[in-house]
Design a binder for this molecule. Sequence first.
Ligand SMILES: Cc1cc2nc3c(=O)[nH]c(=O)nc-3n(C[C@H](O)[C@H](O)[C@H](O)COP(=O)(O)OP(=O)(O)OC[C@H]3O[C@@H](n4cnc5c(N)ncnc54)[C@H](O)[C@@H]3O)c2cc1C
Ligand code: SF4
Ligand code: SF4
Length: 439
Amino acid sequence: MSRKIENVLDVAKNQLCTGCGACAFADPSIQMIDVFDQGRRPAQNGPMDATLGMAVCPGASLSHDATDWPADTIPELAKGWGPVLELWEGFATDEELRFRASSGGAASGLALFCLEQRKMEGVLHTGAQKGQPYLNETVWSQSREDLLARTGSRYAPASPCEKLGTLENAQKPGVFIGKPCDVAATHKARKLRPALDQKLGLTIAIFCAGTPSTKGTFEMMEAMGCKDPAQALSVRYRGKGWPGMAEVVYQEGSQEKKSAQMTYADSWGNILQKRRQWRCYICLDHTGEFADLAVGDPWYRPIPKGEPGRSLIVVRSERGREILHEAIAKGYIQAKRVEPAKLPASQVGFQALRGKIWGRRLMLKAMAVPFPKYRNMPMFRFWWKDLSLSEKLRSIFGTLKRIFVKKLHKEVSLKPWTPPPARKPESQSHPVTSSSSKS
Ligand SMILES: Cc1cc2nc3c(=O)[nH]c(=O)nc-3n(C[C@H](O)[C@H](O)[C@H](O)COP(=O)(O)OP(=O)(O)OC[C@H]3O[C@@H](n4cnc5c(N)ncnc54)[C@H](O)[C@@H]3O)c2cc1C
Ligand code: SF4
Ligand code: SF4
């Protein structure tokens, strides 16, 4: 018999936690901690009401209610990609935002439109933590300058839902930006909390193939020459170009500051993706199916060096459609409609991954390893039609090895991790020298 998942601590101990932080918002007895080789995880801080956390938890269960979907949902995408009403390709017209952003800056450009034109109060999202820039913190941005400072995808644990109370208690509606699991949790939470529902002016999901642990960031920094994380002054993963370079700026004692870069292919391809939390290997929603708008990279063609960033923008609700159209009309976003096939062509492998997850589930169930409850999110049809025979077999039997390598056969201990002390601000400023770079 599979191990019981009765509360969010069980979710985390059985590696089903995405790290979204929604349980800490729903239940005051939960606080989020850092677990070095896992991610942000819930810990109990008082008497827990198990139902509160579980009701908003996307790690334990996710389900679609297709009866809620607008009538013009694109039928050929519905089974593998959730509700898609329109697909656009474009970018933020604010050149600085576009340059510093991960893709074309659509997430930040749309948020700016909501602040300036829709008079929304703020944007709840994620930025680098002050003093410990290899960690993330949840932030409330209220100006262009705030948004500019928080552009760029951060391939590290983030739990933006833990601060949903900021949105719920705001005077006016605001924007929520997060990964698909963060947005899915927000979608669950708004159904239970009418005050939050009223304040969610727009939800934007960024496409996501998986969140690496802090251990992954440390390995990336070390590969760039920053061996002591306490020396880091800033850490970026992408942006300042498309896809842009990972970059660490660091300083040993009072020596001059050094900056090192690494290509996205090296940082994500060789280091970070290997450190993804287990939940991401069995995630069915990589493209923000529960959001109003979802944004990702239009990687359906090779990107020539130096090309400015572009975003693929997926309209997933009527509210998303209305806001995107208005943001285009008011000149915040420049975009053109593209055909539905551009979504699977841009994110090659996500649809087949659904099939692989069906195969993984078969072995996990056989070995009594817990698996999320998914409803109305098809898997078997993609296992059957999109995978070769060897892929079909590997999806099932390859999982056996993973069960032991990733320690899925037992509950893991969630030891809180304390980061190195935050760096004191330097009194003397030094020029930055670019000391090393990787290709
Ligand atoms: C872990 C991870 C995996 C990714 N995998 C894919 C992928 O498979 N395919 C793909 O096309 N793109 C992926 N991306 C990149 C991202 O989805 C795109 O770059 C997206 O198009 C956003 O670009 P933008 O220029 O619109 O965003 P920007 O305007 O740069 O804004 C990015 C927004 O994302 C928020 N954010 C940054 N990091 C996090 C985080 N860790 N958690 C929650 N919110 C965050 C920021 O606060 C900011 O609001 C991934 C990003 C992350 C963080
Ligand atoms: S997935 Fe989110 S809600 Fe569920 S246990 Fe993890 S942090 Fe809590
Ligand atoms: S892959 Fe899925 S579960 Fe993992 S961080 Fe991304 S959206 Fe969340």
